[in-house]
Structure formats: C-alpha cells, structure tokens
Design a protein around this ligand. Structure first.
Ligand code: SF4
Ligand code: SF4
Length: 430
C-alpha cells in the first residue's frame, strides 16, 4: 500500500524553499491554536512539528512514508497557525508544497487513488460534474438514499460518511446562469465578475443567485463569465498543483477583464486560493504577471460589500445571530470585521461566540476523509456555538455551512445555519 521514499530534489518541483522554513523559530506559540494539536496533543500533529517533518524530508533525513503522510494528511490547512505565528511563517504554502511532494513520491492505496483521480478530474470538467450531480440527485430524491441508509450497505462499503456529509443537490444548477449579465439596481456603482464555483454550482446555486440579487440591490452590475472553471482550491490543498495551475490559467483568461472592477466570490476557500494564484503561477512566464493583477481584483463578497458601503435594508433581521469565521476568510484572507459589519447592518442582535475563528472541521473533504478527527473538532465548536443561544449561525463558506449544519442536527438545536449573504437577501426581499 505504501512506498516510503526519500525524494531526489529534482523530483519535487513544488517543494518548499528554505526561506519558508527558516522563519520558524520553534517558539510553540502556534500550538494551542492548532485544532489537531488541541485534540491529539502530539507535537507531530502541530504546526511546528509538521514544519520540522517537512524540513527533514527536504533534507533527505525522513522518508515520505506512512508516518509523514499521516501527519500531513491530518492537517486541516486551516492556517490558524499563521494568525498565531509571531514570526510570519507562511504555513499554508509549506503544507501545500508538502502535499505536492507526497503526491509526486508516494503511492496511496488503489481505492484512494481511484477516488482522488475521479473526484478531482470531475471538478475540472463542469459537464462531467453536472452529469454526476444529476445521478446523485436521483439517488437522493428517488428513495434510494433512504433505502441504502436503512439497509446499512453504505457503512459496509465505507461511504456512509460521504453520504451523510454530502450536500443536497439543487433542482436548477447555476451553470445555466453562466454567460449572463445582471444590471445594477439604480445607479451603477461597480461592475463585477462572479465566480460560480464547482460544487456550489450544483449544491448552492440558490446562494449564488442570492449573491447576485444582493449585489444588484447595492448598485452592482454582475456578470457570470461563461468560460470560468473551478478555482482549483481543492486541487491545491490536495497537492495537485499542476491541476490547480490549469484552473488558475482558465480563470485568469475568463475573469480578468478591465470591464470588471472586481472578481467576487461568496466562498472563503475559493477567494483564498484565487488571491494566491501568483504563488501557483510564479514560474509561468505567460501568466505570472497576469496572476498578480488577478489577485488584486479578487474580493470576498463580504469584503466587497463592506468596502462599497451597504445600502441599508428597510427591514431588520429581528433574530439573535452569531458568526463562525471560516478559516480561509479569517486566517487565509485576514477578513474578520466585514461580515460582522454586514450582520450588524441587518439590525440583528449580534452575539460573538467564544473561539469564533477556531476551525469547524470542514476543510474541503477533510470531514469525509478524516471523519473521526473532524467530528471531534466539530464537537468543540458546537460547545461554543450553544453558549450563544443564537437563532441563526451565520458563516461565509459553503463547506463550513455543511459541517455546521451537521453539528446543529447532531445536537438537536433549533438554529439555522446561513451564509451572511442569504441573510442580507432575506431582509432585502422581505
Ligand atoms: S493549518 Fe491548521 S491544522 Fe494545520 S498545522 Fe496549522 S493550525 Fe494545525
Ligand atoms: S508560532 Fe511560528 S515560529 Fe513559533 S513554532 Fe509556530 S510556526 Fe514556528
């Protein structure tokens, strides 16, 4: 199942560079901010320990074997360690490169290889994604899902977690909006391109439509460019950097246009990756400069609306609301105040939860592939959520929404989990 290898330097073009490791002064201030360290209490599962292991691999002292892969796989890439680090260690860049080294030098089990090859390829091809989503929708709606759950066959096949944490596929995919322009309401204050996203286009199409309505309501003309693709975040986090680069080039070609003042996304994970396209494409002479221009135009929708100035809604949201910081917004993009400003502008009774910027355990497909650990992390999060007695748990990333909804259901809470933009849309439409 495993191939332990000490890589030759030339075999890992994406390996971390010395300037990335050298900033770590081993102070340990990141440890208690790391969700895996808090749960497992192991140095090898802390940011400092992982950096040390990557360095050992890089120096040829440690093989890329099962132990190394286990500790790197357990990292959520939440980047809470970057926020905590006084030395400015860019941990996200280190772990993505460590994963690239793993993918280039380590042979995973064949089911893992099959799942990864199929899954990641599908995200790059929206026609294939739509076909698969229709099949999943049929499975979810036809009664097959209930039957499979009742018989216990899902557990037998080892896909019960995938089944329970998968999003519900929507009736109308967002792909049909690709190539459409939506006029601003009233005076045009800005023109933007909207990223539809891959999974979001089949499972959160209504959220994308709400995003368009809220932007238009605020005087923004929204275009959903036709040729756009998946942002490549899941590929980059999985160490598939060549695939991520392909997606980055495609999106630069489709979305970088001087007609647009900004490239807007409602998904923290997509925004964080698109703001780092220059890192992915630094060695590509045809795209390196364009990637830098692109990065500057990418805005999370919360960030964009807060900077633009929200048109005050006539109605108020008369509910108690708390907010969960998505890691890739708070730690990846350093955006914390914008979503809170928007929630306060709704007139909601806003209450902070303790440790709002602690990871919820979602992290892309982490909650499926590292389910036990993800659920322990979620459990701690739900302890904090319940102290707020909120009616609404707001967040700003679709992956977090799914994970938090699972947490709310597990606890039997009467609390709805919504994207900040959905709440804005709700009051504008009331
Ligand atoms: S990214 Fe998150 S899980 Fe990974 S080492 Fe840093 S704090 Fe820990
Ligand atoms: S806080 Fe930064 S410098 Fe200190 S151990 Fe963690 S990564 Fe290294």
């Amino acid at each position: 199942m495993t191939t332990a290898a000490i890589p030759e330097p030339a075999t890992s073009p994406d390996r971390p560079t010395w300037d990335l490791y050298s900033k770590c002064i081993h102070c340990g201030l990141c440890l208690q901010n790391c969700p895996t360290y808090r749960v497992l209490g192991l140095e090898m599962d802390s940011p400092r320990g992982r950096i040390y292991q990557v360095l050992e691999v890089d120096e040829g002292k440690l093989a890329i074997g099962e132990s190394f892969v286990t500790h790197i796989d357990r990292c959520l890439a939440c980047r809470a360690c970057e926020t905590a680090c006084p030395s400015g260690v860019q941990y996200g860049r280190i772990v993505e490169r460590a994963r690239a080294m793993i993918e280039q030098n380590y042979e995973r089990s064949w089911p893992a290889r099959l799942m990864r090859a199929r899954g990641y390829r599908m995200l790059r091809d929206f026609k294939a994604l739509a076909r698969s989503a229709r099949l999943v929708r049929f499975y979810q709606r036809s009664g097959l899902q209930s039957l499979a759950r009742a018989t216990g066959i899902l557990k037998l096949l080892g896909v019960d977690k995938l089944d329970s944490l998968s999003p519900r596929i929507e009736d109308d995919f967002f792909f049909r909006e690709f190539g459409t322009r939506y006029p601003a309401k009233g005076e045009t204050r800005a023109r933007v391109a909207l990223l539809g996203g891959c999974i979001a286009s089949v499972a959160f199409a209504e959220l994308n439509r709400a995003t368009i309505r809220v932007l238009c309501e605020n005087g923004v003309e929204v275009t959903v460019p036709l040729e756009q693709g998946c942002c490549g975040a899941l590929h980059a986090h999985a160490g598939l950097r060549d695939e991520a680069r392909q997606m980055a080039r495609r999106n630069i070609d489709a979305l970088l246009d001087e007609r647009f003042d900004a490239i807007v996304t409602n998904a923290a994970g997509c925004g964080s990756t698109m703001k780092e396209y220059a890192d992915l494409l630094e060695s590509d002479p045809a795209y390196a400069a364009k990637a830098k221009q692109f990065e500057h135009k990418v805005k999370d929708v919360n960030e964009f609306l807060a900077a633009l100035g929200l048109r005050p809604p006539v109605r108020k949201l008369s509910q108690r609301v708390t907010y969960q910081d998505p890691c890739h917004l708070a730690h990846g993009q350093r955006i914390r105040s914008a979503p809170r400003e928007l929630l306060r502008a709704l007139g909601a009774d806003f209450v902070e939860m303790p440790h709002a910027d602690y990871c919820c355990g979602s992290a892309g497909v982490y909650n499926v592939v590292q389910n036990k650990l993800a659920m322990q992390i979620l459990d701690a999060k739900m302890d904090d959520v319940t102290t707020t007695h909120a009616d609404v748990l707001a967040t700003a990333n679709v992956g977090c929404m799914l994970q938090l909804r699972a947490g709310v259901a597990q606890r039997g809470l009467k609390m709805r989990v919504q994207h900040v933009i959905e709440l804005l849309d709700e009051v504008y439409r009331a």
